[in-house]
Design a protein around this ligand. Structure first.
Ligand code: DX5
Ligand code: ZN
Length: 211
C-alpha cells in the first residue's frame, strides 16, 4: 500500500458558475483540493473559463488547474499569476513535457501530467520521477457527468507499480460506486464534480468518496 492518504478534489465544472464562490464555500471545509477544469474548445469540444475567472475565486483550498487545452505553454504564467497552486497539462499535446514541468515548478506550483483514456501509462515512464502527480482520465475529457471507464483501474495499478510514491489522481465518473475500486487500485486523489455538486447533502457525498 502506498503512503499517501486519500484526498478529495471538488471539480467546480459542476458548480453553478453564477454562484461560484458560494458553491465553493459549501465544500470548502470538507474537501482537500479544488479541481479547476480549463477547456479551450479545441483539445476538447467545450469551453469553460480562463485565468481571469480563477483570479476571482475566493478560497483557502489549493486550486489545481486541469488544462484541457492545445497550447498549455501559453497559459502557465497566467494561471500562476491568478493564484493556481498546481497545473496539469495533457501528454497528448506536449512534445516537450519536461520543459513544461520545469516551468510550472519554477513558478512554485505542483506539476502534473494528465492522460486520456486511450493514452498508455508507459508514455510517462521517463518523466514520472519529475512529477508531483499524474492525472488518469477515467472519461474522455470535455464534460462532467459521464460514466466511469473501468479500464482506468488497470492504468492506475500500472502507474502505482511504476512509481510507489507518486500522487495518482483519477478524474471522471467518480462517485460512491466507483471510489472504493479506484482507491484499491492505488490512486490517492479522487476528483469529483457532478456527484458532489448534485448531491442534496454534499458533506455526506464527500464522506462516501473517502470510503
Ligand atoms: C472532465 C473533467 C472532469 C469533470 C469530472 O473533462 O476533467 O474534471 O469535472 O466530472 P464528473 O465528476 O461529473 O465525472
Ligand atoms: Zn478535470
Amino acid at each position: 500500500m502506498h503512503k499517501h492518504k486519500v484526498q478529495i478534489a471538488a471539480s467546480i465544472l459542476s458548480a453553478d458558475f453564477g454562484e461560484l464562490n458560494k458553491d465553493i464555500k459549501s465544500v470548502e471545509d470538507k474537501v482537500d483540493l479544488l479541481h479547476v477544469d480549463v477547456m479551450d474548445g479545441h483539445f476538447v469540444p467545450n469551453l469553460t473559463f480562463g485565468a481571469p475567472v480563477v483570479k476571482c475565486i475566493k478560497t483557502k483550498l489549493p486550486m489545481i488547474c486541469h488544462l484541457m487545452v492545445e497550447n498549455p505553454e501559453d497559459l502557465i504564467d497566467d494561471f500562476a499569476a491568478a493564484g493556481a497552486g498546481g497545473i496539469s497539462f495533457h501528454q497528448e499535446v506536449a512534445p516537450h513535457m519536461n520543459r513544461l514541468v520545469e516551468r510550472i515548478k519554477s513558478l512554485r506550483m505542483k506539476a502534473g501530467v494528465a492522460i486520456n483514456p486511450a493514452t498508455p501509462v508507459w508514455t510517462l515512464e521517463d518523466i514520472v520521477d519529475e512529477l508531483d502527480f499524474v492525472l488518469v482520465m477515467s472519461v474522455n475529457p470535455g464534460f462532467g457527468g459521464q460514466e466511469f471507464i473501468p479500464e482506468a483501474l488497470e492504468k492506475v495499478a500500472l502507474l502505482r507499480e511504476m512509481s510507489p510514491d507518486l500522487s495518482i489522481e483519477v478524474d471522471g465518473g467518480v462517485n460512491e460506486k466507483t471510489a472504493a475500486k479506484i482507491i484499491e487500485a492505488g490512486a490517492n486523489i479522487l476528483v469529483s464534480g457532478s456527484y458532489i455538486f448534485s448531491s442534496k447533502n454534499r458533506a455526506d457525498a464527500i464522506k462516501n468518496l473517502r470510503g
